[in-house]
Design a protein around this ligand. Structure first.
Ligand code: GLU
Length: 489
C-alpha cells in the first residue's frame, strides 16, 4: 500500500457536478503522479436523498472521465479488497456503531435525550438574546450507566452527542490550499454523532472512514472547511493523526455567484451529451483552481498527471467560463486522430438519424474538412446533414429560387453534366468547377442565376454552404437523385 492515498467521496443524491468532478480529478491526478492510491467511497447515509440510480450515474460519469480508482465501489482492480471495504457507508453502519460505543465508554460522547422541541426552544432563546446558538445539553454530565438505565426504562431514542472537550481552546490546522486556518474557539457546541434512529452523521462517518482507509490527503470543496473543526476534534478523541486537508477554491458562474443550475449545465452528464470530450472537460476543470507551471492552457491527461502539484492549487474563486470550455474542447477535438474523432462523432450522427458512407477514406476527408468548424461534437450534425442520404428539405427561399425563369434549365444542365462526368462515385473539386463552367456556357447564365439554383439542387437552400467543399463529399448518385427531386417539383 502506498503512503499517498486520496479519496473522492460523493453523496449519491443527484448528478455528478463539475465541482465534484474537479475534486475527483485532483485526487486522481495527485495519486497517480505520486504512485499513490485513489479511492472511491460512496457517502450514502442520507437514506432519504441517496439513490442507487444516482450512484450508478456518478460512477458512469467518473468512468467516462477516465478517473480510474484502485479501490472503491465497483473498482476494476481491487488491490486491497477486503482490507478497507466495504466502500459504501450504508454498508458500514456496524463500524460506526462500534466507534460510537468506544467514545461513549471513554466518556468522549454521551447519550442526549433532548427532544427536537427542546432544542428549538434553546435556539429561539439564543436568537432573542442575540447570541450564537449552541446546544447546551443537561445530559452532558450524565454517566453512561444512568443514560443506559433511562433507555432501559422507557421508549426513548437518544442521539449520541460528541462531548466537545474544551470550548475555549483554539483549533488550527495547515490547509494545503489556504495555509494556516484557525477556528474561533467557541464555534461549535456538543454535536451529534449518531441521530436518534442510530444513523451516523457525515462528520463522524467521514473521520472513521478516512482514518480506517488510511487516507493521507483529503481534497474537497471549500464548503467543508467548517466541518473540519468537528472532524479534527473526532480525530483527537480517537487518538488518530488527521490526514492533510486541502479545501479547493469555490467555483462561480459568470455573474460571480456560486455556480448553480441557474447558470446552465452543471452536471458532467450534460456536458457529455452536448458533445464535450472527457479530456477537454478534465483540462478545463483542472484549470479552475490550479494552473500549469508551464502556463499551458491545453493539456492532455498525461500532461496533467505530470504537471499537477498541490502547491499550485490556489484559493481564489474560479469563474466557470463556458466560452473557454468550448474553446478548450475545440482544441482537443482537432488534435484527435481521425479514427478516434469519428468514433466520438458517430453517436451524434446516428442519434440524429443521418445515414452516411462507411468507407474510411470518406470519413477521413470529411473530418479534414469539418473538424475545424466543430467546437463540440454535436456541431457535426448540422455539418454532416447535407451529406446524408436524405431527401432535400426545401425552404421557402429555395422554392422562390426555383421559380426564376432560368433556374430549371440550369438544374437540367447540371444533372446532364453530372451524368456525363466519369464513373467515380464522387466528383473532385476540379470536376465540380468544370461542370459549373459548362452549365454557365451552355445556358448563358452567370452569377446568382447560376449558383443559387445549383445550390438548391444540392443542399436545398440557396445560401450558405461552401459547395466546393461539400460536393466532393456527396455521392454523385445522390446529387443526381437530388436534382431529380427538385426537377420533379
Ligand atoms: N460526501 C461529501 C460531499 O459529497 C464529501 C465530503 C468530503 O470529501 O469529506 O460533499
Amino acid at each position: 500500500m502506498s503512503s499517498i492515498r486520496t479519496r473522492f467521496a460523493p453523496s449519491p443524491t443527484g448528478y455528478l457536478h463539475v465541482g465534484g468532478a474537479r475534486t475527483a480529478l485532483y485526487c486522481y491526478l495527485f495519486a497517480r503522479q505520486s504512485g499513490g492510491d485513489f479511492i472511491l467511497r460512496v457517502e450514502d447515509t442520507d437514506e432519504e436523498r441517496s439513490t442507487e440510480d444516482s450512484m450508478r450515474m456518478q460512477l458512469a460519469d467518473l468512468q467516462w472521465l477516465g478517473y480510474e480508482y484502485q479501490e472503491g465501489v465497483d473498482a476494476k482492480t481491487l488491490r486491497d479488497r477486503g482490507l478497507f471495504g466495504p466502500y459504501r457507508q450504508s454498508q458500514r453502519r456496524s463500524i460506526y456503531r462500534e466507534h460510537a460505543d468506544r467514545l461513549l465508554k471513554e466518556g468522549k460522547a454521551y447519550y442526549c435525550f433532548l427532544t427536537d422541541e427542546e432544542i428549538e426552544r434553546q435556539r429561539e432563546e439564543a436568537v432573542r438574546a442575540g447570541r450564537p446558538h449552541q446546544v447546551v445539553s443537561p445530559y452532558r454530565d450524565w454517566s453512561l450507566t444512568d443514560a443506559e438505565k433511562k433507555m432501559a426504562e422507557g421508549d426513548v431514542k437518544p442521539t449520541v452527542r460528541f462531548r466537545v472537550p474544551d470550548l475555549t481552546r483554539e483549533y488550527a490546522f495547515h490547509d494545503l490550499v489556504r495555509g494556516e486556518v484557525k477556528f474561533p474557539s467557541d464555534m461549535v457546541g456538543d454535536f451529534v454523532l449518531l441521530r436518534s434512529g442510530g444513523m451516523p452523521v457525515y462528520n463522524f462517518c467521514c473521520v472513521i472512514d478516512d482514518a480506517l482507509m488510511k487516507i493521507s490527503h483529503v481534497l474537497r470543496a471549500e464548503e467543508h472547511l467548517s466541518n473540519t473543526l468537528r472532524q479534527l476534534m473526532i480525530y483527537e478523541a480517537f487518538g488518530w493523526a488527521p490526514p492533510q486537508f486541502g479545501h479547493l477554491s469555490i467555483i462561480l458562474g459568470p455573474d460571480r455567484q456560486k455556480l448553480s443550475k441557474r447558470h446552465g449545465a452543471t452536471s458532467v452528464n450534460e456536458y457529455r451529451e452536448r458533445g464535450y470530450l472527457p479530456e477537454a472537460l478534465s483540462n478545463f476543470i483542472a484549470l479552475l483552481g490550479w494552473s500549469s507551471p508551464k502556463s499551458q492552457e491545453i493539456l492532455s491527461m498525461q500532461e496533467l498527471v505530470e504537471q499537477f502539484s498541490l502547491d499550485r492549487l490556489h484559493p481564489a474563486a474560479a469563474v466557470f467560463d463556458e466560452a473557454k470550455l468550448k474553446w478548450v474542447n475545440s482544441q482537443h477535438l482537432r488534435a484527435l486522430p481521425h479514427d478516434e474523432l469519428w468514433h466520438q462523432v458517430e453517436p451524434f450522427l446516428v442519434r440524429a438519424g443521418l445515414k452516411l458512407p462507411e468507407d474510411a477514406g470518406w470519413r477521413d476527408r470529411s473530418l479534414q474538412v469539418f473538424k475545424t468548424s466543430m467546437e463540440v461534437l454535436s456541431d457535426a450534425v448540422e455539418l454532416y446533414r447535407p451529406l446524408a442520404k436524405l431527401p432535400l428539405q426545401l425552404n421557402d427561399e429555395a422554392r422562390d429560387t426555383l421559380k426564376w425563369p432560368s433556374s430549371r434549365g440550369v438544374i437540367e444542365e447540371w444533372r446532364a453534366q453530372l451524368q456525363l462526368c466519369g464513373s467515380a462515385a464522387y466528383l473532385s473539386e476540379a470536376e465540380f468547377s468544370a461542370i459549373q463552367d459548362k452549365v454557365k456556357t451552355n445556358r448563358g447564365v452567370k452569377g446568382k442565376d447560376l449558383f443559387m439554383p445549383i445550390r438548391v439542387a444540392i443542399v436545398g437552400r440557396p445560401h450558405g454552404a461552401e459547395l466546393k467543399i461539400l460536393v466532393p463529399l456527396i455521392e454523385k448518385s445522390t446529387l443526381i437523385e437530388r436534382a431529380d427531386q427538385v426537377l420533379a417539383l
